[in-house]
Design a protein around this ligand. Structure first.
Ligand code: HEC
Length: 128
């Protein structure tokens, strides 16, 4: 019994460390981390964090519009005001955006349900 429990424990430790969404991670490093940081920590008063960011977690898949259209003006993230501009990133497919969002929304303490590429396509068609 003890041995059995030991193996269950080992399994649980290793299941936590399995990389989820590796493709999303590569795309994040390439397209986003230069501004938002390797661990979604942001950059002081200039760039908002993505890690445990209330604005991002509330938007979920709708953040796809900020990626494809850019975002500027005053925003509030975790009670801190930012007023800067994020450029639109136009060369990403719906699958790539879904991968980036699934990675970022499930890293650094963030938790979100899975987002499929079809959902991204229908959201980005109707961006404000
Ligand atoms: C050139 C720098 C830059 C790049 C590249 C960039 N962002 Fe941003 N991002 C910003 C800035 C600056 C803001 C805040 C805009 C404002 O003040 O209105 C922002 C805001 C955001 C927000 C909403 C605020 C928050 O933190 O919840 C999200 C989500 C976001 N970016 C995700 C991404 C993702 C995902 C990528 C990559 C696909 C990306 N950004 C690429 C600079 C960048």
């Amino acid at each position: 019994m003890r041995v059995f429990l030991f193996f269950v424990l080992i399994l649980c430790f290793s299941c936590n460390s399995i990389e989820t969404y590796p493709e999303g991670k590569n795309l994040y490093i390439k397209h986003c981390s230069g501004c938002h940081g390797q661990n979604g920590e942001g950059l002081q008063a200039l760039i908002p964090p993505l890690a445990k960011a209330d604005m991002f977690l509330a938007a979920g898949p709708y953040a796809a519009c900020w990626i494809t259209k850019g975002l500027e003006g005053k925003i509030l993230v975790n009670g801190i005001e930012f007023e800067n501009a994020m450029p639109a990133i136009k060369d990403l497919s719906a699958i790539e955006i879904a991968n980036i969002l699934n990675y970022t929304l499930n890293s650094w303490g963030n938790k979100h349900r899975f987002i499929g590429p079809d959902e991204i396509t229908s959201i980005t068609k109707n961006c404000p």
